[in-house]
Design a protein around this ligand. Structure first.
Ligand code: SAH
Ligand code: SF4
Ligand code: F3S
Length: 471
């Protein structure tokens, strides 16, 4: 047994990051047994789940979407806000009943939740029916933990700076669009955020390893890759080598994969060199997710974001000027402790100036162990909810306004699959990351086609395939 420790999770040293080979353990022990995997959280977790699927399938498990059919249930959890916590414990209640009826069922919990000391303790004391608890640092050991489990709870969670694994057998969700980790962890320590504690130190993969993975994806006909990290543009800062994110982006573009994306960029690390590279290569998509968090300099300082409202706006305008038709989205938190009406107005002012293509908006949620959680707050929840409502209304107005600019235009769309809402339609994304529902033949899935936009809503576009273009 190994339990997490918040104090250890906070430590950053100069210890060398080791690159290890993934174990890719294979066995027939669970041949044709079924796994049910549920993923919460960010793209990092979605991609970690592709690694978890690889581990499970290497042990013989096959996937099921029906919980009741499962022989093993794996939850890959998120800890970013309180509602993520509630969702996981709600789901665990359902699984507990299943386990009563089927005692041989294995239950495993991983991801960011158990990386929190209080959660690991709670699982230990109140949830003995959970067989396996693992963290973000030892996904590679999951196969071994499953093979060796005898229905006695095993908790193995580490609060370490972390290492890097290479050569995992991923089972990827898409055959056309792939996630590629370029770095792990985060060293920014924004005062409200749990991620640096749950994911460890910033560790960049070697550029050569990343490029080799991308070349292989291209050979396997992938049309799109998304470079992944909590701060992609801080890539390389921890390596002391002579390359940075702009170099990586340029080398990636040269491989010639049709579409390249990256998330998330931190305004602090955004360089002119990056902008040069993005505008030079047509296969780097004109889409940037640039989290604002707040428009008030006072709140930004308390958040530890390291930029001012003015600096954010200058960067925003520079990106808009340099990259034609770029779409920019953002993340905003309202209700940070003691956020005044004036602070909130500053946020609305940035929203009105930037008119974002879309935004993820949140009410601040205190995370135990983070510095912001210690600030006494005197703003009532109703006020925070009201602010979120006002913000969302504006955000949706601008999303609709930006989407309407696409009406009657012909744009390139990478088709990903069948639309869930309408079986006769396919869905895909524009270069600017707009979701489009398209009337097109199913044989076009996985292709980039020309689509004429016929309708625009706040969260999606509708369109039809264009065969000939007259311009
Ligand atoms: N690395 C990314 C963000 C990852 S977390 C970045 O720095 O931009 C995704 C978003 O969740 C954040 O951008 C922030 O808006 C939100 N978030 C993080 N911690 C939060 C908290 N304690 N309460 C509410 N929202 C939070
Ligand atoms: Fe969290 Fe800040 Fe790191 Fe993003 S940059 S993951 S918000 S600490
Ligand atoms: Fe959640 Fe962990 Fe991602 S806390 S947002 S799953 S890094």
């Amino acid at each position: 047994m190994h339990m997490p420790d918040l104090k250890e999770a906070r430590i950053r040293t100069n210890k060398e990051v080791l690159t290890k080979k993934a174990s890719n353990l294979k066995s027939n022990k669970f041949k044709n047994k079924k796994y049910f995997l549920k993923t919460y959280g960010c793209q990092m977790n979605v991609h970690d789940s592709e690694e978890i699927k690889g581990i499970l399938e290497n042990l013989g498990f096959v996937n099921t979407n029906i919980l009741e059919e499962a022989d093993i249930v794996v939850l890959n959890t998120c800890a970013i806000r309180e509602n993520a916590h509630d969702k996981m414990f709600g789901f665990l209640g359902r699984v507990k009943h299943l386990k009563k009826a089927k005692p041989e069922l294995l239950i495993a919990i991983g991801g960011c939740m158990p990386e929190q000391e209080s959660i690991a303790n709670l699982l230990k004391e109140k949830y003995p029916f959970v067989d396996i608890v693992f963290g973000t640092h030892n996904i590679n050991d999951l196969g071994k933990m499953i093979l060796e489990n005898n229905h006695k709870q095993e908790i193995e969670v580490y609060s370490i700076e972390g290492d890097i694994y290479e050569g995992m057998d991923y089972v990827r969700d898409s055959k056309y669009s792939a996630w590629v980790n370029i770095m792990y962890g985060c060293d920014k320590f924004c005062t409200y955020c749990i991620v640096p504690y749950t994911r460890g130190k910033q560790r960049s993969r070697k550029m050569e390893d990343i490029l080799n993975e991308i070349k292989e994806l291209k050979e396997n006909n992938y049309q799109e890759i998304t470079l992944l990290g909590q701060n992609v543009n801080a890539y390389g800062k921890d390596l002391n080598l002579n390359y940075d994110f702009a170099t990586l982006l340029e080398e990636t573009a040269k491989i010639g994969i049709a579409r390249i994306r990256f998330v998330t960029s931190h305004p602090w690390d955004f360089t002119d060199k990056m902008l040069e590279v993005i505008s030079k290569y047509p296969n780097i998509m004109p889409y940037i997710h640039l989290p604002l968090q707040s428009g008030s300099n006072n709140i930004l300082r308390l958040m530890g974001r390291r930029y001012t409202k003015e600096e954010y706006l200058t960067l925003f305008n520079k990106i808009k000027a340099k990259i034609p038709n770029v779409s920019i989205t953002t993340d905003i938190i309202v209700g940070f402790p003691n956020e005044t009406e004036e602070d909130f107005e500053e946020t609305m002012d940035v929203v009105n100036k930037c008119q974002f293509d879309s935004a993820f908006t949140f009410i601040y949620s205190p995370r135990e162990g983070t510095p912001a959680a210690l600030i006494k707050d005197n703003i009532p929840l109703e006020v925070k909810e009201k602010r979120l409502q006002i913000l969302n209304k504006k955000i949706n107005e601008y999303s609709l306004m930006n989407n309407q600019k696409y009406l009657n235009k012909t744009v390139k769309v990478l088709l990903i699959g069948e639309s869930e809402k309408d079986q006769n339609k396919l869905y895909g994304y524009t270069e600017t990351m707009k979701l489009v529902n398209v009337i097109a033949p199913k044989s076009d899935i996985g292709k980039i086609i020309n689509v004429k936009i016929t309708d625009a809503k706040s969260f999606s576009l509708d369109g039809e395939k264009v065969i000939f273009i007259n311009n």
